[in-house]
Design a protein around this ligand. Structure first.
Ligand SMILES: [Zn+2]
Length: 282
């Protein structure tokens, strides 16, 4: 591998930084029109978010929640040059669009939970077994959310999630594309919460203590389905280390909360109640 190519590859693994700061660095001086447009969008966005955050009793359905995430984040997440850069890295247009939609959902949910707390966002032009990730400060110099762009659309299709009825039986219909994106976003934001000091998360050990019947149903469901998945991975010859990365107590907690939250969003929910679910502790 030539030195330049090697450098480029190392650069890829860092992902492309589109935090507020990174974005401003990239836009400034490149295209004055885009820069001006971005500033207007930024002011408009903050105002709208202020209203969203202040009005926590308003009811949100999937469509409405998805829309506030997209409307408010897309102006800064969808600059043409970002798309151009990802295309130059060999990414497909459809995957880039899915990745942008997903990142907008992640930043939206992150903002609802952490208010004005902004963390770096990175688009990684590589494929991973997952579509998104949260890098905590315990392992990295900076915490960040990542979206893996390559084959993002296809991998999202496989992340359909589940819906349970009140007695814990799996329902006969699948999640919509918007529900899948919100589900992945809630999953990642829940990961961020898990690293807050003293935060307690759901585990198979506290299933019997859970008083919410539906939430308990989800805990039982994932207890079983993750055990099955573990066996399948072993059959496929995955290493124990890889299996542990995919299936562990943090993943159990995130999956339970994200799927349970989508079930409640489907019925219509206030932000106040959605926050309670995403922050739920046993
Ligand atoms: Zn996870």
């Amino acid at each position: 591998m030539s030195e330049t190519k090697k450098e480029q590859q190392e650069d890829f693994s860092q992902g492309l930084d589109y935090s507020e700061e990174g974005f401003d660095n990239l836009t400034s001086g490149i295209n004055p029109d885009l820069e001006a447009e971005t500033k207007i969008a930024k002011n408009k966005r903050l105002k709208t978010w202020q209203e969203v955050i202040e009005n926590k009793k308003e009811i949100y359905t999937t469509e409405k929640l998805f829309k506030i995430c997209q409307d408010n984040e897309i102006p800064r997440l969808r600059p043409k040059f970002l798309k151009k850069q990802l295309i130059e890295h060999g990414m497909e247009s459809d995957d880039i669009n899915s990745a942008f939609e997903l990142m907008a959902c992640i930043t939206g949910i992150n903002k609802i939970i952490f208010d004005e707390n902004e963390i770096p966002l990175t688009f990684v032009p590589e494929e991973s077994y997952t579509v998104a990730g949260y890098c905590s400060l315990s392992k990295n110099p900076n915490e960040s959310y990542q979206v893996f762009v390559k084959n993002c659309g296809k991998i999202l299709e496989d992340r359909a999630g589940i819906l349970l009825d009140e007695v814990g039986n799996q329902q006969n219909f699948s999640l919509t594309q918007k529900e899948i994106l919100l589900r992945v976003a809630i999953h990642e934001v829940r990961h961020r919460l898990q690293y807050q000091k003293g935060f307690k998360f759901l585990s198979v050990e506290n299933i019997s203590d859970e008083r919410n019947v539906l939430l308990k149903g989800y805990m039982n469901y994932f207890k079983n389905s993750l055990e099955i998945a573990k066996k399948l991975y072993r059959k496929k010859g995955e290493t124990e280390e890889m299996i542990k990365e995919k299936i562990n107590s943090l993943e159990f907690d995130s999956e339970v909360i994200a799927n349970f939250a989508i079930n409640e969003i489907r019925k219509g929910i206030s932000l106040e109640d959605l926050i309670k679910i995403i922050q739920h502790q046993p």
